[in-house]
Design a protein around this ligand. Sequence first.
Ligand code: GLV
Ligand code: MN
Ligand code: MN
Ligand code: MN
Length: 409
Amino acid sequence: MHDSLRINRQRLVSRLEQLGQIGALPGGGCCRLALTEEDLLGREQVIGWMHELGLEVSSDAMGNVFGLRPGTEPGPPVMTGSHIDTVRTGGIYDGNLGVLGGLEVVETLNEAGIVTQRPLCVAFFTNEEGARFAPDMMGSLVYVGGMPLEDALATEGIDGERVGECLERIGARGDAPVGNPEVHAFVELHIEQGPILEESGIAIGAVEKVQGISWQELRFTGTSNHAGTTPMRLRHDAGYAAMATGTFVRELANRIGGDQVGTVGALEIQPNLVNVVANQAHLTVDLRNTDNERLKQAETELAAFVEQLAEREGIEVKHRTLARFDPVTFDPDMVARVEASAKALGHSVMRMPSGAGHDAQMLARVCPTAMIFVPSADGISHNINEYTAPEELEAGVNVLLRVLLDLAE
Ligand code: GLV
Ligand code: MN
Ligand code: MN
Ligand code: MN
């Protein structure tokens, strides 16, 4: 074991900032929605770094990218990585830390002249965010065989374009197979994106599980009419239905309790005018819970509420599930390795669940998997003000280095 080996903080932060320049937003953060021109430029930057570090780069039919560092023995690699796509109002750390942290580990090993027994692989997966194309974690889901490739390629995004045509256009479609990967173990480093570590004054989270996720899309169709002349009893108001649903989701999350959360994050009404009753409303509902039974209860109650609401209001409702993933529990031995590595490096560490979705939850279907969290300032993420201090990033990557060496030697 190379106990005294440490990563280079400055080099790590410099890569994060460089990648953050691609799709940079005024005031900070960046926008690299999956499979856009900005995503392509980000991919080129990271693939360029992979080549500079001597990794063997390949990509699969979903545009997932793999940088392989051969070991002294062949066999399934120890894999790390995450994603480089962002939401429209993204920070520079979400996903990117896991990928560039992996590259920093590789460069640290290169400098020290260390060749591990097992191969190491740094991967980034297509469309983790799901903000443009649902479901989220689509690339890793297809990679592990959880979604047929054809279905993923045919998925239409919020702008009407399809995954397959965008992959072709940006030239990201590779020829490595998907669906049945051989991976020895997977470890993903990520910012927490929530307030727990900071509030607790703890440096490292050893992630034990990920909440279940349910994304629903609702489209209400009513009748537009004059806002001044239409008596309340004669309205078929799609806008009202959307807003009532929003209020219901908040109450539902509070009532179900535990760690249930509920969000209406997208809402559009038509014709969106001050004096017209809305005839169209489109909204999304994001429900999450670590307890699948409670999550199912929330889904059932939402469906019943919406059905009764539509009937009462005399409007039509169309419903579609955009994403549905059960909660995931990580491999106890892997979680223990994260915890032990953090302690060995002198960091405070706590076991915790993940509130956000991650590629690791898909990889957990095919190999022992765990995650390492570092704190997020003020618990803010999916926001341009997302921030983690350099020394906190450094601590996380040093833990990643140690866990990867532990697994690969
Ligand atoms: C993706 O980042 C999600 O957890 O929503
Ligand atoms: Mn992420
Ligand atoms: Mn995210
Ligand atoms: Mn995510």
